[in-house]
Write a protein that binds this ligand. Structure first.
Ligand code: SF4
Length: 476
């Protein structure tokens, strides 16, 4: 147990996640020095103490910084805590004091003020103590993203997300809205009825506008059978204008849900980008993470997708899976390289609340994985050798090694929806159980509203889901 004691709660939302980055997976109890709390601001002195299992790890007292502005104060405090912890623990965090999930946004903001790529790298290194490699990565991606999205950032543009909350089985690390299709088969019809109601509602809310990109995700959309998929596509085509659409992605995801006939239906209905996600090309790992397909199934599904005419296929992998190290990751990368995917999304394992992995964390010991940086390098080198370049990046809480997820793509094959989602430049209405709609008024005024996760709840409360959307988008 870790104890974090601070002067007051002024910077708790900044210091707490930074401390957690140094101690992933450990429980942190937060409290305040009683005398400081009573005097409100702590008289301009900020004190931070960290105790771990009765041992004092950090005792920091900073005076005379209260006359600087809040951002500077916050940064001074974070840098000092970082430096002290880094020195005591002999650990450097790749992303320095950055605890938010969007380092690329920071780089874009800096460049939009007229700073160059070089200035931005230096700024991230000096102000946030980000490593030179990660600073350069964020700046490279910022340049690429700005270039890709410059044409789609027009007034009234939007993208559409459709969630299918069913999967063949539930993966060990899953925290998404996912239900084993075998148990929910009889509910799919009603679910699609509700989805159609929401889609119709969104088409009316956004009438006269054309979506830039559509993303059908989940879950695993291809757990729907052929008839159900056709029904969903018919609705989408009937309700939205596809003229000028830049990208239509369907996450085929699990190889065991993909058939030649489903791939044909996807192509026939305009899907031009799909994901076939192995996560690992090691059979033993697939078993551990609760997948019932084989490595051969992944290869077959990928080749079937190529044969069906898909020229933009993404593959997702996860680094830091239980039992996996450098050898296993090297094997996965070399097997994937043989398939020549157009995109490769490299995730660092995140232990999320609600996942089976979180519940059974003691059993898997994934936080003891100290070589995620080496595995990331193996994946990055492999991706570059496949002709792919990094084009989007985000971070999550409780990631293995405190690293990041990076999307790699062949130039021209970048997933536009992924960038739009991350950079929040336009609204994304989302339909289906567990989805979250985003209304972007301005860069600094972004509102969200989510649907209930539970499929039965979603079906029985569909009118309320429509009301939530009406309220969210009323000023759009
Ligand atoms: S395929 Fe994705 S959504 Fe489905 S159970 Fe696995 S992690 Fe969850």
């Amino acid at each position: 147990m870790l104890s974090l004691i601070m002067s007051n709660d002024n910077f708790i939302n900044d210091i707490h996640p930074l401390v957690r980055s140094f101690f992933p997976g450990e429980e942190i109890e937060v409290s305040f020095f009683p005398e400081d709390k009573e005097s409100g601001s702590g008289n301009g002195t900020f004190r931070t103490r960290i105790i771990r299992d009765s041992a004092l790890i950090l005792d920091l007292s900073l005076a005379d910084i209260s006359d600087t502005d809040r951002l500077r104060m916050k940064n001074i405090l974070k840098c000092r805590v970082y430096e002290e912890l880094s020195s005591v623990l002999k650990v450097k965090l790749p992303w320095g004091t950055l605890t938010g999930i969007r380092p690329v946004r920071l780089a874009i903001n800096h460049m939009e003020q007229g700073f160059t790529h070089k200035d931005t790298v230096e700024y991230m290194e000096s102000f946030y103590l980000v490593s030179p490699e990660k600073s350069a990565l964020a700046a490279d991606i910022a340049v690429k993203e700005m270039n890709i999205i410059k044409d789609v950032n027009y007034p009234g543009s939007f993208s559409l997300y459709i969630g299918i909350p069913f999967c063949p089985t539930t993966c060990l690390y899953c925290s998404f809205t996912s239900n084993a299709i075998g148990l929910w088969k009889t509910k799919v019809g009603e679910y699609l009825d509700c989805l159609e109601m929401e889609l119709k509602f969104v088409s009316e809310l956004f009438s006269g506008r054309k979506p830039v990109s559509i993303y059908i995700g989940g879950g695993t959309p291809t757990t729907l059978n052929e008839e159900e998929l056709k029904r969903l596509f018919d609705s989408v085509h009937r309700l939205f204008d596809f003229d000028g659409i830049r990208e239509f992605t369907v996450e085929a995801g699990r190889p065991d849900s993909i058939t030649k006939e489903k791939l044909r239906i996807l192509r026939e209905n305009g899907a031009d980008r799909i994901s076939v996600n192995p996560q690992s090309m090691n059979q033993e790992t697939l078993k551990i993470i609760g997948r019932q397909h084989s490595v051969e199934d992944t290869v077959r599904a990928f080749q079937d997708a190529r044969d069906a005419g898909f020229d933009n296929i993404n593959m997702d992998i996860i680094l830091g899976l239980p039992g996996e190290g450098e050898k296993e990751v090297s094997h996965t990368i070399s097997e994937i390289a043989k398939l020549k995917p157009d995109d490769l999304t490299v995730h660092s394992l995140a232990v999320k609340r609600g996942s089976r992995l979180m519940e059974e964390i003691e059993k898997y010991k994934v936080y003891s994985n100290s070589n995620t940086d080496v595995m990331l390098e193996i994946a990055a080198l492999g991706a570059r050798e496949m002709g792919l370049e990094p084009y989007y990046l985000y971070r999550q809480k409780n990631m293995s090694g405190n690293f990041e997820n990076t999307g790699w793509a062949r130039p021209g094959k970048e997933g536009i929806y992924n960038i739009l989602m991350m950079e929040e430049i336009h609204s994304i209405p989302a339909v289906g159980a567990g989805t979250v709609s985003k209304c972007v008024h301005t860069r600094t005024d972004i509102r969200r509203n989510g649907n209930v996760k539970d499929v039965n709840g979603y079906i029985s409360r569909i009118d309320e889901m429509l009301d939530r959307k009406r309220a969210l988008f009323k000023q759009f």
